[in-house]
Design a protein around this ligand. Structure first.
Ligand code: FE
Ligand code: FE
Ligand code: ZN
Length: 301
């Protein structure tokens, strides 16, 4: 099983990310090259990258399974202001260059939000933007993420299929379990869902799974992640996805919320990943997640 979580990148770049992932008992991870809400980015440091490779090698982390996530502010769908659309394209190109410098194979990207445009126009803008971006050759492959359909967000299986068939360059897909649940695809019978995914997009394009529970029921279009086993998808289904034979070589990345005094508390929070990874490895739901997190992090309070 290839499993990890979202980790930070800001301290020592890839080296810091690797150290954090190891502290969670993970064998892969996902990072943003800077804050997900802005486009301020530092140069990639070669020495830190080399050191990260050494640490990964010592701990059996394969760089092929490491994922980068593009910032949310890139919106390829919106071309109402030409300069902003061009800025998104330029930023995406720089992000792919950074991924190539880091040796990272996959960059997860939200397809975009139509904000006032028709769905057809919005999809066309995404297609044009990707055709423009990918004129340059990058080693790193963009993975379009399945979205919850919150607000004017695009990114159900059909949208992704439309984009992929009209972009002239290779693309892949990242399946987010919370997002597809909220978009209205039931995961309870996961084989049925995989069949639908395979018929619409093709399983061979799937390169990453975001393994999240959801705070809301199927079809709610909300996009609020819950801790593993603490949401409406439930531990059993997430465990099935984690261990599914057809997904065994695909990295599973947790993007579940940090936990505070209560599961919902947002004031002073701690990462849940060590315990969530542990329960998935042991295939046993931990109904004392909160207590275990407090125990581990109490010295930090
Ligand atoms: Fe995402
Ligand atoms: Fe996600
Ligand atoms: Zn989400």
């Amino acid at each position: 099983m290839i499993i990890g979580s979202h980790v930070s990148f800001t301290k020592e770049q890839l080296l810091g990310s690797t150290k954090e992932a190891l502290s969670y008992g993970a064998n892969t991870f996902m990072f943003y090259t800077g804050a997900p809400q802005n486009t301020l980015r530092k140069e990639i440091d070669k020495n830190l990258t080399e050191e990260a490779y050494r640490l990964m090698k010592e701990n059996n982390i394969d760089i092929k399974n490491v994922i980068c996530h593009a910032p949310y502010i890139i919106n390829l769908a919106n071309r109402k202001e030409e300069e902003k659309w061009q800025f998104s394209i330029e930023f995406l190109k720089k992000e792919l260059t950074r991924c190539d410098a880091l040796g990272v194979s996959y960059l997860v990207l939200h397809p975009g939000s139509s904000v006032g445009l028709s769905k057809e126009e919005a999809l066309q803008n995404i297609i044009d933007a990707l055709n423009e971006t990918l004129k340059n050759n990058y080693q790193c492959l963009i993975l379009l993420e399945t979205m919850a359909g919150k607000g004017t967000e695009l990114g159900n299986l059909e949208d992704i299929k439309t984009i992929m068939t009209q972009v002239k360059h290779p693309l892949g897909v990242c399946l987010d379990t919370c997002h597809v649940n909220d978009a209205g695809y039931s995961l309870i019978n996961f084989d049925e869902f995989l069949q639908e995914f395979n018929n619409t997009i093709g399983l061979s394009y799937l390169h990453c799974v975001h393994l999240n529970d959801s705070k809301n029921p199927c079809g709610s279009h909300k996009d609020r992640h819950a801790n593993i086993g603490y949401g409406t998808i439930g531990f059993k289904t997430l465990e099935t996805i984690c261990y599914h034979d057809k997904l065994k070589d695909i990295p599973k990345i947790l993007e579940t919320p940090y936990v505070g005094e209560t599961i919902e508390d947002k004031k002073r929070t701690y990462p849940p990943y060590y315990f969530e990874i542990k329960m998935l490895k042991e295939r046993k739901f931990d109904d004392k997640l909160l207590e275990h997190i407090h125990e581990k992090y109490k010295e930090l309070k």
